[in-house]
Ligand binder design. Sequence first.
Ligand code: HEC
Length: 191
Amino acid sequence: MKKTTLLLSLIAVSAASLVWAHGSATGIVKERMDGMVAMSKATKAITPMMRGNVEYNAEAIRDYARTIEEHAGEAMTKLFPEGSGGMPSEAKDDVWTDWEQFEVLAMQLENLGKGLAQAAENGLAESVSEEGASTNMMGTSGMMGTGGMMGQTMNGMIDIEMLAQMPADAVFAKVGQACSACHTKFRAESN
Ligand code: HEC
């Protein structure tokens, strides 16, 4: 009985410190964290399907894409008003000193969500383990090859029509890259 209580409180403490930043946030900061967490959970949930470990379901992929779209673009940037940095936020000052790039990355994510919704019916790349890996890395330049990063225009915006032609898992990989790209630059203690 005692042991259980101790164990439970230990678990409670470590979980509390993990979610401290999130837990102590309020208002708009909490709102944007919630949006990020929703995307993160949805991404984890859909990963087995994208890897071909569970049966493919285009509707589930579209649901996922909608979740991303809903939390990206302007829906995301409007939750980052000037002066909303500082504890407990993990947003770096660069968000506001480099607002244009921040916006572009948020827009890219929105377009990826839109593109993925359309790519859902394409299914997974045929050989996910081998071809898939190089496809994702090369941006499928071999497949549609016009040089440069496929699905991305000169000004860095993402071409939804091109994404719509790609295997769903290739677009999904780009979603993950978009999260990381922004976190690397704009989030302190990024994963
Ligand atoms: C345009 C930039 C940008 C994009 C794109 C982006 N994030 Fe974030 N993310 C941030 C910033 C900035 C923070 C820190 C927010 C804060 O603490 O105020 C953050 C925080 C988070 C957090 C921590 C939330 C918390 O509870 O503290 C998670 C989880 C997360 N993002 C997941 C994702 C996922 C998954 C994606 C892609 C599907 C994504 N993010 C895309 C900028 C971005």
